[in-house]
Design a protein around this ligand. Sequence first.
Ligand SMILES: Cc1cc2nc3c(=O)[nH]c(=O)nc-3n(C[C@H](O)[C@H](O)[C@H](O)COP(=O)(O)OP(=O)(O)OC[C@H]3O[C@@H](n4cnc5c(N)ncnc54)[C@H](O)[C@@H]3O)c2cc1C
Length: 395
Amino acid sequence: MAQAQIIKTKVGIVGGGPAGLMLSHLLAKQGIDNLVVESRDHETIRNTHRAGILEAGSVKMLTDTGVDGRVLTEGDEHEGIDLRFNGESHPLDFKDLVDATVTLYAQNEVFVDLAAARKRDGGDVRYEAEVTEVLDLETTTPKFRFSDKDGAAFEVHCDILVGADGSRSFCRRAVTGEQDYKIEYPFAWFGILTEAPKSAPELIYANSPHGFALISQRSETVQRMYFQCDPAENVNDWSDDRIWAELQKRVDGPDGFQLKQGPIFDKTVLAFRSFVREPLSHGRMFLAGDAGHTVPPTGAKGLNLAFADVKVLFEAIDSFYATGSDALLEGYSDLALQRVWKAQNFSYWMTSMLHTREDASPFETKRALGELATVTGSRFGQQYLAESYTGWPHK
Ligand SMILES: Cc1cc2nc3c(=O)[nH]c(=O)nc-3n(C[C@H](O)[C@H](O)[C@H](O)COP(=O)(O)OP(=O)(O)OC[C@H]3O[C@@H](n4cnc5c(N)ncnc54)[C@H](O)[C@@H]3O)c2cc1C
Protein backbone atom coordinates (compact mmCIF):
# COMPACT_ATOMS: atom_id res chain seq x y z
CA MET A 1 0.00 0.00 0.00
CA ALA A 2 1.28 3.48 -0.90
CA GLN A 3 2.58 5.56 2.01
CA ALA A 4 0.20 8.36 3.10
CA GLN A 5 1.46 11.83 2.24
CA ILE A 6 1.90 13.95 5.38
CA ILE A 7 0.33 17.42 5.46
CA LYS A 8 1.26 19.76 8.32
CA THR A 9 -1.07 22.57 9.30
CA LYS A 10 -2.04 24.44 12.46
CA VAL A 11 -5.77 23.68 12.45
CA GLY A 12 -7.19 20.63 10.68
CA ILE A 13 -10.93 20.94 10.03
CA VAL A 14 -13.12 17.96 9.18
CA GLY A 15 -16.25 19.06 7.29
CA GLY A 16 -16.88 21.94 4.90
CA GLY A 17 -20.38 22.94 5.98
CA PRO A 18 -21.16 26.36 7.48
CA ALA A 19 -19.20 25.58 10.67
CA GLY A 20 -16.05 24.29 8.98
CA LEU A 21 -15.86 26.92 6.23
CA MET A 22 -16.64 29.86 8.51
CA LEU A 23 -13.98 28.76 10.99
CA SER A 24 -11.48 28.32 8.17
CA HIS A 25 -12.28 31.83 6.90
CA LEU A 26 -11.86 33.47 10.32
CA LEU A 27 -8.59 31.66 11.02
CA ALA A 28 -7.17 32.53 7.61
CA LYS A 29 -8.00 36.20 8.13
CA GLN A 30 -5.94 36.05 11.31
CA GLY A 31 -3.06 34.37 9.46
CA ILE A 32 -3.64 30.98 11.10
CA ASP A 33 -2.86 28.22 8.63
CA ASN A 34 -5.64 25.64 8.26
CA LEU A 35 -6.99 22.90 6.01
CA VAL A 36 -10.61 21.83 5.43
CA VAL A 37 -11.44 18.30 4.28
CA GLU A 38 -14.98 17.76 2.97
CA SER A 39 -16.41 14.45 1.78
CA ARG A 40 -18.99 15.81 -0.68
CA ASP A 41 -18.45 17.69 -3.92
CA HIS A 42 -19.18 21.38 -4.29
CA GLU A 43 -22.29 20.90 -6.48
CA THR A 44 -23.93 18.40 -4.12
CA ILE A 45 -23.58 20.73 -1.15
CA ARG A 46 -24.79 23.69 -3.21
CA ASN A 47 -27.93 21.76 -4.14
CA THR A 48 -28.79 20.47 -0.66
CA HIS A 49 -31.75 22.43 0.71
CA ARG A 50 -31.63 23.01 4.44
CA ALA A 51 -31.69 26.08 6.62
CA GLY A 52 -33.11 29.43 5.68
CA ILE A 53 -33.32 31.70 8.69
CA LEU A 54 -30.28 33.65 9.85
CA GLU A 55 -30.14 35.54 13.13
CA ALA A 56 -28.73 39.07 12.96
CA GLY A 57 -25.51 37.80 14.62
CA SER A 58 -25.03 35.26 11.81
CA VAL A 59 -25.64 37.92 9.15
CA LYS A 60 -23.02 40.10 10.84
CA MET A 61 -20.51 37.26 10.79
CA LEU A 62 -20.93 37.00 7.02
CA THR A 63 -20.71 40.72 6.35
CA ASP A 64 -18.35 42.09 9.01
CA THR A 65 -15.69 39.42 8.47
CA GLY A 66 -15.62 40.01 4.72
CA VAL A 67 -17.21 36.76 3.51
CA ASP A 68 -19.72 38.56 1.30
CA GLY A 69 -22.35 41.28 1.52
CA ARG A 70 -24.75 39.39 -0.74
CA VAL A 71 -26.87 38.40 2.27
CA LEU A 72 -27.81 42.07 2.63
CA THR A 73 -28.82 42.57 -0.98
CA GLU A 74 -30.29 39.15 -1.78
CA GLY A 75 -31.47 38.05 1.67
CA ASP A 76 -34.97 38.93 2.75
CA GLU A 77 -35.23 40.65 6.13
CA HIS A 78 -38.17 39.38 8.18
CA GLU A 79 -39.60 41.45 11.01
CA GLY A 80 -41.76 38.70 12.48
CA ILE A 81 -43.61 35.44 12.07
CA ASP A 82 -47.23 34.40 12.10
CA LEU A 83 -48.34 31.82 14.67
CA ARG A 84 -51.54 30.23 13.37
CA PHE A 85 -53.80 28.04 15.50
CA ASN A 86 -57.53 27.39 15.75
CA GLY A 87 -57.53 28.59 12.13
CA GLU A 88 -56.56 32.12 13.15
CA SER A 89 -53.41 34.13 12.51
CA HIS A 90 -51.43 35.72 15.35
CA PRO A 91 -48.69 37.94 13.90
CA LEU A 92 -45.62 38.53 16.09
CA ASP A 93 -43.73 41.71 15.26
CA PHE A 94 -40.12 41.07 16.31
CA LYS A 95 -39.01 44.56 15.45
CA ASP A 96 -41.59 46.07 17.78
CA LEU A 97 -41.20 43.39 20.47
CA VAL A 98 -37.42 43.11 20.80
CA ASP A 99 -36.05 45.47 18.17
CA ALA A 100 -34.53 42.61 16.18
CA THR A 101 -35.10 40.87 12.87
CA VAL A 102 -34.00 37.69 11.09
CA THR A 103 -32.95 37.26 7.47
CA LEU A 104 -34.21 34.63 5.09
CA TYR A 105 -31.13 33.53 3.14
CA ALA A 106 -30.87 29.89 2.12
CA GLN A 107 -28.05 27.75 3.49
CA ASN A 108 -27.08 26.98 -0.13
CA GLU A 109 -26.28 30.67 -0.58
CA VAL A 110 -24.34 30.76 2.69
CA PHE A 111 -22.31 27.83 1.36
CA VAL A 112 -21.76 29.52 -2.02
CA ASP A 113 -20.50 32.68 -0.26
CA LEU A 114 -18.21 30.85 2.16
CA ALA A 115 -16.79 28.51 -0.49
CA ALA A 116 -16.15 31.46 -2.82
CA ALA A 117 -14.46 33.43 -0.03
CA ARG A 118 -12.15 30.50 0.77
CA LYS A 119 -11.28 30.20 -2.91
CA ARG A 120 -10.78 33.95 -3.33
CA ASP A 121 -8.46 34.07 -0.30
CA GLY A 122 -6.41 31.04 -1.35
CA GLY A 123 -7.87 28.70 1.29
CA ASP A 124 -7.06 24.99 1.19
CA VAL A 125 -10.39 23.14 0.99
CA ARG A 126 -10.28 19.54 -0.26
CA TYR A 127 -13.68 18.43 -1.58
CA GLU A 128 -14.60 14.78 -2.29
CA ALA A 129 -12.19 13.67 0.41
CA GLU A 130 -13.55 11.62 3.30
CA VAL A 131 -11.85 11.47 6.68
CA THR A 132 -11.75 7.84 7.82
CA GLU A 133 -9.51 7.98 10.87
CA VAL A 134 -8.67 10.40 13.69
CA LEU A 135 -5.78 9.65 16.01
CA ASP A 136 -3.53 10.98 18.79
CA LEU A 137 -6.30 13.31 20.01
CA GLU A 138 -4.84 13.48 23.51
CA THR A 139 -1.42 14.60 22.30
CA THR A 140 -0.27 18.03 21.11
CA THR A 141 -0.26 16.72 17.52
CA PRO A 142 -3.67 15.24 16.73
CA LYS A 143 -3.96 13.68 13.29
CA PHE A 144 -6.52 12.51 10.77
CA ARG A 145 -6.39 10.49 7.61
CA PHE A 146 -8.28 10.89 4.39
CA SER A 147 -8.15 9.82 0.76
CA ASP A 148 -8.89 12.15 -2.11
CA LYS A 149 -11.16 11.35 -5.08
CA ASP A 150 -8.25 9.77 -6.96
CA GLY A 151 -7.51 7.43 -4.07
CA ALA A 152 -4.33 9.21 -2.89
CA ALA A 153 -3.90 8.85 0.89
CA PHE A 154 -3.05 11.73 3.22
CA GLU A 155 -2.33 12.10 6.91
CA VAL A 156 -2.88 15.55 8.42
CA HIS A 157 -0.76 16.56 11.44
CA CYS A 158 -2.09 19.61 13.28
CA ASP A 159 -2.07 21.42 16.63
CA ILE A 160 -5.85 21.52 16.82
CA LEU A 161 -8.36 19.21 15.17
CA VAL A 162 -11.92 20.48 14.64
CA GLY A 163 -14.79 18.07 14.02
CA ALA A 164 -17.27 20.15 12.00
CA ASP A 165 -18.59 17.12 10.20
CA GLY A 166 -22.33 17.40 10.81
CA SER A 167 -24.90 15.44 12.76
CA ARG A 168 -23.50 11.99 11.94
CA SER A 169 -20.01 13.22 12.86
CA PHE A 170 -17.25 10.67 12.36
CA CYS A 171 -15.04 12.70 14.74
CA ARG A 172 -17.63 12.56 17.53
CA ARG A 173 -18.22 8.85 17.09
CA ALA A 174 -14.47 8.19 17.24
CA VAL A 175 -14.59 9.14 20.94
CA THR A 176 -16.59 6.84 23.18
CA GLY A 177 -17.53 7.02 26.83
CA GLU A 178 -18.63 10.69 26.77
CA GLN A 179 -22.10 11.91 27.76
CA ASP A 180 -24.68 12.08 24.97
CA TYR A 181 -28.03 13.70 25.74
CA LYS A 182 -30.76 12.98 23.20
CA ILE A 183 -34.42 12.63 22.52
CA GLU A 184 -36.20 11.32 19.41
CA TYR A 185 -39.52 12.65 18.11
CA PRO A 186 -42.32 10.45 16.75
CA PHE A 187 -42.70 12.74 13.71
CA ALA A 188 -40.66 14.15 10.82
CA TRP A 189 -41.12 16.96 8.29
CA PHE A 190 -42.27 16.48 4.72
CA GLY A 191 -40.50 19.33 2.90
CA ILE A 192 -41.30 20.68 -0.56
CA LEU A 193 -39.97 23.31 -2.91
CA THR A 194 -42.53 24.79 -5.24
CA GLU A 195 -42.52 27.28 -8.07
CA ALA A 196 -45.21 29.57 -6.74
CA PRO A 197 -45.60 33.12 -5.49
CA LYS A 198 -45.40 33.83 -1.75
CA SER A 199 -48.50 32.81 0.18
CA ALA A 200 -47.83 35.36 2.94
CA PRO A 201 -45.27 38.10 3.69
CA GLU A 202 -43.92 36.34 6.83
CA LEU A 203 -43.32 32.68 7.74
CA ILE A 204 -46.41 30.91 9.07
CA TYR A 205 -45.99 28.36 11.87
CA ALA A 206 -49.32 26.52 11.99
CA ASN A 207 -50.69 24.22 14.64
CA SER A 208 -53.80 22.31 13.52
CA PRO A 209 -55.66 19.14 14.49
CA HIS A 210 -54.10 17.58 11.36
CA GLY A 211 -50.56 18.40 12.47
CA PHE A 212 -47.98 21.15 12.15
CA ALA A 213 -47.14 23.05 8.94
CA LEU A 214 -44.54 25.68 8.15
CA ILE A 215 -45.17 27.98 5.22
CA SER A 216 -41.77 29.39 4.42
CA GLN A 217 -40.17 31.06 1.44
CA ARG A 218 -37.10 31.07 -0.75
CA SER A 219 -37.68 33.91 -3.22
CA GLU A 220 -40.45 35.75 -5.06
CA THR A 221 -40.96 32.68 -7.28
CA VAL A 222 -39.82 29.69 -5.20
CA GLN A 223 -41.35 28.70 -1.88
CA ARG A 224 -40.36 26.20 0.84
CA MET A 225 -43.10 24.47 2.84
CA TYR A 226 -43.20 21.62 5.33
CA PHE A 227 -45.82 19.54 7.04
CA GLN A 228 -45.48 17.19 9.96
CA CYS A 229 -45.49 13.55 8.83
CA ASP A 230 -44.62 10.04 9.91
CA PRO A 231 -40.82 9.48 9.76
CA ALA A 232 -41.48 6.40 7.57
CA GLU A 233 -43.47 8.40 4.99
CA ASN A 234 -42.48 7.71 1.36
CA VAL A 235 -42.38 10.82 -0.85
CA ASN A 236 -43.37 8.74 -3.89
CA ASP A 237 -46.78 8.13 -2.30
CA TRP A 238 -47.50 11.85 -2.45
CA SER A 239 -48.80 13.47 -5.64
CA ASP A 240 -48.74 17.27 -5.88
CA ASP A 241 -52.53 17.38 -5.37
CA ARG A 242 -52.30 15.29 -2.24
CA ILE A 243 -49.52 17.49 -0.83
CA TRP A 244 -51.42 20.72 -1.49
CA ALA A 245 -54.57 19.29 0.10
CA GLU A 246 -52.58 18.28 3.20
CA LEU A 247 -50.86 21.66 3.52
CA GLN A 248 -54.09 23.59 2.95
CA LYS A 249 -55.93 21.53 5.58
CA ARG A 250 -53.38 22.63 8.14
CA VAL A 251 -53.79 26.35 7.53
CA ASP A 252 -57.54 26.39 6.87
CA GLY A 253 -59.58 28.81 8.94
CA PRO A 254 -62.61 31.06 9.00
CA ASP A 255 -60.53 33.84 7.41
CA GLY A 256 -60.46 31.75 4.20
CA PHE A 257 -56.64 31.84 3.95
CA GLN A 258 -55.51 30.02 0.79
CA LEU A 259 -52.02 28.84 -0.10
CA LYS A 260 -50.71 29.92 -3.49
CA GLN A 261 -49.95 26.71 -5.34
CA GLY A 262 -47.52 25.81 -8.11
CA PRO A 263 -45.58 22.85 -9.45
CA ILE A 264 -43.59 20.98 -6.77
CA PHE A 265 -40.01 20.20 -7.83
CA ASP A 266 -38.45 18.80 -4.65
CA LYS A 267 -39.89 16.51 -1.96
CA THR A 268 -38.01 15.15 1.08
CA VAL A 269 -38.79 13.59 4.42
CA LEU A 270 -36.58 15.03 7.14
CA ALA A 271 -36.23 13.16 10.40
CA PHE A 272 -34.84 15.12 13.35
CA ARG A 273 -33.90 14.82 16.98
CA SER A 274 -32.48 16.80 19.87
CA PHE A 275 -28.89 15.85 20.68
CA VAL A 276 -25.95 17.22 22.67
CA ARG A 277 -22.49 15.71 23.23
CA GLU A 278 -20.79 16.83 26.43
CA PRO A 279 -18.13 18.02 26.51
CA LEU A 280 -17.58 19.44 23.04
CA SER A 281 -13.88 18.71 23.28
CA HIS A 282 -11.65 15.73 23.77
CA GLY A 283 -7.93 16.43 24.18
CA ARG A 284 -7.02 18.60 21.21
CA MET A 285 -10.19 17.80 19.23
CA PHE A 286 -13.08 20.28 19.33
CA LEU A 287 -16.59 19.68 17.97
CA ALA A 288 -18.47 22.55 16.34
CA GLY A 289 -21.97 22.85 14.87
CA ASP A 290 -24.16 19.82 14.23
CA ALA A 291 -21.25 17.51 15.05
CA GLY A 292 -21.66 18.48 18.70
CA HIS A 293 -25.39 19.10 18.88
CA THR A 294 -28.49 19.02 16.72
CA VAL A 295 -31.87 20.64 17.22
CA PRO A 296 -35.24 20.10 15.56
CA PRO A 297 -35.63 22.66 12.76
CA THR A 298 -38.74 24.27 14.32
CA GLY A 299 -36.71 26.96 16.09
CA ALA A 300 -34.47 27.66 13.05
CA LYS A 301 -31.40 27.45 15.25
CA GLY A 302 -29.02 24.84 13.71
CA LEU A 303 -26.96 26.96 11.34
CA ASN A 304 -27.00 29.86 13.76
CA LEU A 305 -25.66 27.67 16.55
CA ALA A 306 -22.94 26.40 14.21
CA PHE A 307 -21.82 30.01 13.61
CA ALA A 308 -22.05 30.83 17.33
CA ASP A 309 -19.80 27.84 18.20
CA VAL A 310 -17.32 28.91 15.57
CA LYS A 311 -17.13 32.42 16.96
CA VAL A 312 -16.26 31.11 20.42
CA LEU A 313 -13.85 28.51 19.05
CA PHE A 314 -12.12 30.98 16.76
CA GLU A 315 -11.46 33.35 19.67
CA ALA A 316 -10.05 30.46 21.72
CA ILE A 317 -7.75 29.30 18.91
CA ASP A 318 -6.65 32.86 18.19
CA SER A 319 -5.79 33.37 21.85
CA PHE A 320 -3.88 30.06 21.88
CA TYR A 321 -1.60 31.22 19.06
CA ALA A 322 -1.34 34.80 20.32
CA THR A 323 -0.50 33.97 23.95
CA GLY A 324 0.50 30.30 24.06
CA SER A 325 -2.18 29.75 26.71
CA ASP A 326 -4.86 27.14 26.16
CA ALA A 327 -7.17 28.61 28.84
CA LEU A 328 -9.81 29.71 26.31
CA LEU A 329 -9.61 26.38 24.47
CA GLU A 330 -10.29 24.65 27.76
CA GLY A 331 -13.28 26.91 28.33
CA TYR A 332 -14.68 26.46 24.81
CA SER A 333 -17.06 23.62 25.58
CA ASP A 334 -18.62 25.21 28.67
CA LEU A 335 -19.07 28.58 26.97
CA ALA A 336 -20.52 27.19 23.74
CA LEU A 337 -22.84 24.86 25.64
CA GLN A 338 -24.50 27.77 27.45
CA ARG A 339 -26.03 28.92 24.16
CA VAL A 340 -26.56 25.35 22.93
CA TRP A 341 -28.82 24.49 25.86
CA LYS A 342 -30.84 27.69 25.47
CA ALA A 343 -31.36 26.80 21.81
CA GLN A 344 -32.18 23.21 22.74
CA ASN A 345 -34.83 24.45 25.12
CA PHE A 346 -36.32 26.85 22.56
CA SER A 347 -36.31 24.30 19.72
CA TYR A 348 -37.88 21.62 21.92
CA TRP A 349 -40.49 24.04 23.19
CA MET A 350 -41.49 25.27 19.73
CA THR A 351 -41.62 21.68 18.47
CA SER A 352 -43.78 20.37 21.30
CA MET A 353 -46.09 23.38 21.29
CA LEU A 354 -46.75 23.32 17.54
CA HIS A 355 -46.77 19.62 16.58
CA THR A 356 -49.53 17.16 17.35
CA ARG A 357 -49.02 13.67 18.71
CA GLU A 358 -51.20 10.77 17.71
CA ASP A 359 -51.28 9.52 21.30
CA ALA A 360 -52.11 12.96 22.76
CA SER A 361 -55.11 12.96 25.08
CA PRO A 362 -57.89 15.53 24.46
CA PHE A 363 -56.59 17.28 27.59
CA GLU A 364 -53.09 17.58 26.12
CA THR A 365 -54.45 18.96 22.83
CA LYS A 366 -56.47 21.64 24.63
CA ARG A 367 -53.54 22.41 26.95
CA ALA A 368 -51.25 23.08 23.95
CA LEU A 369 -53.82 25.52 22.57
CA GLY A 370 -53.86 27.19 25.99
CA GLU A 371 -50.08 27.53 25.76
CA LEU A 372 -50.28 29.11 22.30
CA ALA A 373 -52.97 31.50 23.56
CA THR A 374 -50.75 32.42 26.53
CA VAL A 375 -47.75 33.14 24.31
CA THR A 376 -49.62 35.18 21.75
CA GLY A 377 -52.00 36.81 24.26
CA SER A 378 -49.47 38.92 26.14
CA ARG A 379 -46.56 41.13 25.16
CA PHE A 380 -44.33 39.27 27.62
CA GLY A 381 -45.18 35.92 26.03
CA GLN A 382 -44.56 37.30 22.56
CA GLN A 383 -41.29 38.87 23.68
CA TYR A 384 -40.03 35.56 25.08
CA LEU A 385 -40.57 33.88 21.73
CA ALA A 386 -39.24 36.85 19.75
CA GLU A 387 -36.03 37.12 21.79
CA SER A 388 -35.27 33.41 21.43
CA TYR A 389 -36.15 33.25 17.73
CA THR A 390 -34.06 36.27 16.76
CA GLY A 391 -31.15 35.02 18.88
CA TRP A 392 -29.43 35.99 22.10
CA PRO A 393 -26.42 38.32 21.85
CA HIS A 394 -23.14 36.57 21.06
CA LYS A 395 -20.72 36.44 24.03
C1 LIG B 1 -34.90 20.86 6.82
C2 LIG B 1 -33.92 21.61 7.64
C3 LIG B 1 -34.20 22.94 7.91
C4 LIG B 1 -33.31 23.66 8.68
N1 LIG B 1 -33.62 24.97 8.93
C5 LIG B 1 -32.76 25.71 9.63
C6 LIG B 1 -32.97 27.13 9.80
O1 LIG B 1 -33.96 27.70 9.32
N2 LIG B 1 -32.06 27.84 10.49
C7 LIG B 1 -30.93 27.23 11.00
O2 LIG B 1 -30.12 27.91 11.64
N3 LIG B 1 -30.69 25.90 10.84
C8 LIG B 1 -31.55 25.12 10.15
N4 LIG B 1 -31.26 23.80 9.92
C9 LIG B 1 -30.05 23.20 10.46
C10 LIG B 1 -28.79 23.47 9.62
O3 LIG B 1 -28.99 23.06 8.28
C11 LIG B 1 -27.59 22.77 10.25
O4 LIG B 1 -27.61 23.00 11.62
C12 LIG B 1 -26.26 23.24 9.65
O5 LIG B 1 -26.07 22.71 8.37
C13 LIG B 1 -25.09 22.84 10.54
O6 LIG B 1 -23.87 23.18 9.91
P1 LIG B 1 -22.58 22.29 10.16
O7 LIG B 1 -21.50 22.93 9.38
O8 LIG B 1 -22.40 22.06 11.59
O9 LIG B 1 -22.94 20.85 9.57
P2 LIG B 1 -23.24 20.42 8.06
O10 LIG B 1 -23.88 21.51 7.31
O11 LIG B 1 -23.94 19.12 8.15
O12 LIG B 1 -21.79 20.22 7.44
C14 LIG B 1 -20.98 19.12 7.79
C15 LIG B 1 -20.14 18.74 6.59
O13 LIG B 1 -19.23 17.71 6.96
C16 LIG B 1 -19.10 16.81 5.88
N5 LIG B 1 -18.61 15.51 6.40
C17 LIG B 1 -19.30 14.62 7.14
N6 LIG B 1 -18.53 13.57 7.46
C18 LIG B 1 -17.29 13.80 6.88
C19 LIG B 1 -16.08 13.06 6.85
N7 LIG B 1 -15.94 11.89 7.48
N8 LIG B 1 -15.03 13.60 6.17
C20 LIG B 1 -15.15 14.80 5.55
N9 LIG B 1 -16.29 15.54 5.55
C21 LIG B 1 -17.36 15.04 6.23
C22 LIG B 1 -20.50 16.75 5.28
O14 LIG B 1 -20.48 16.34 3.94
C23 LIG B 1 -20.99 18.18 5.46
O15 LIG B 1 -20.82 18.97 4.30
C24 LIG B 1 -32.12 23.04 9.17
C25 LIG B 1 -31.84 21.72 8.88
C26 LIG B 1 -32.72 21.00 8.12
C27 LIG B 1 -32.39 19.55 7.82
